[in-house]
Design a protein around this ligand. Structure first.
Ligand code: RIB
Ligand code: NA
Length: 309
């Protein structure tokens, strides 16, 4: 079994409180439900790609604690190759404290912990598996140095790079976008990256062009219920609408989209980008209709077979 999708990224234990509304500063509110689950953008994306049928490997770091051990087991349970997931004594496994309100909106505090201990050297140890893959996927929850090392290794071996610059950082290393074949952000992250308001499809198309000017091969901007746009120099821009659904919990929907995109790039490279994005949007819309992140991701057998044609 050859690994076709490699995710170099984060693992977080999600501590999720479901509450009528999101708390204001200084306010104490009573939530109605709590759950501990597996999250982190990198791992979420890796699990989505795996559930769709990809052979995947994760390059990551967890802490030497129970959250870390449980996380390793979660990867095994999902069939993710963890030969390059390290355990560090220098920091605790990453955690995300998440509040989700009754409309499905969320608010997240992450403490990246062990994720920030993954070094460029650790990433370079995964060179062989990266070299043999089709797509390397990165996000913004590990150090920029480690991310850049991954993108550079992928480029060195002609492997496609998919960078999801989430969460938003105002000072993203300029080489990260330059090493991204596909640079994917949501509307908030696009605003931070372009210093412009991104509210409408038209705003997103304009922001996409500004991202291209920063050096990525192509740009995807996701807009939640409004779908996503795609921009690439020399190609027609387009907008892909999202299916209208009633969200239960939108946490991790962006990860469902990116993980699905990694899967389609590796396993259905003949599809147009527009068709891939339609299918990714379908996977993301399934995820918002169930609580949690990985707990809400469908497997291939839960989806219409036309998605894999
Ligand atoms: O994108 C959703 C993820 O962001 C959550 O799983 C949480 O861990 C945070 O990293
Ligand atoms: Na969900």
């Amino acid at each position: 079994k050859m690994t076709r999708v490699v995710v170099v990224g984060s693992c977080m234990t999600d501590l999720i409180s479901y509450t009528p509304h999101l708390p204001n500063p200084g306010e104490t509110i009573c939530g109605h439900r709590f759950s501990v689950s597996f999250g982190g953008k990198g791992a979420n994306q890796c699990v989505v790609a795996t559930r769709l049928g990809a052979n995947t490997a994760m390059v990551a770091m967890v802490g030497d604690d129970s959250f870390g051990q449980n996380y390793l087991q979660n990867f095994r349970d999902n069939g993710v190759d963890i030969a390059h997931v390290g355990v560090t004594e220098k920091a605790a496994t990453g955690v995300a404290q998440i509040a989700v309100d009754d409309s499905g909106e969320n608010c997240i505090i992450i403490v990246a912990g062990a994720n920030l201990k993954l070094t460029p050297r650790d990433v370079e140890r995964a060179e062989e598996v990266i070299k043999g893959s089709d797509v390397v996927v990165c996000q913004g929850e590990i150090s920029m140095e480690a991310t850049l090392a991954a993108l550079k290794l992928a480029r060195k071996h002609g492997v496609k790079t998919l960078m999801n610059a989430a969460p938003a950082v105002p000072n993203l290393h300029p080489d990260i976008i330059k090493h991204s074949d596909i640079f994917c952000v949501n509307e908030n992250e696009a605003e931070v990256m372009t210093k412009r308001k991104v509210k409408t499809v038209q705003d997103a198309l304009e922001a996409g062009k500004l991202l291209l000017d920063q050096g990525c091969g192509s740009a995807v901007i996701t807009l939640g219920k409004d779908g996503a746009v795609f921009c690439q120099h020399g190609h027609q821009d387009f907008h892909v609408p999202a299916e209208a659904v009633t969200p239960v919990d939108t946490t991790g929907a962006g990860d469902a989209f990116v993980g699905a995109l990694a899967y389609f790039l590796a396993y259905h490279p003949g599809l147009t980008m527009e068709e891939m994005m339609h299918r990714c949007s379908k996977v993301a819309s399934v995820s918002v209709q169930a609580p949690g992140t990985q707990t809400s991701y469908p497997t291939r057998s839960n989806l219409q077979s036309t998605l894999f044609a």
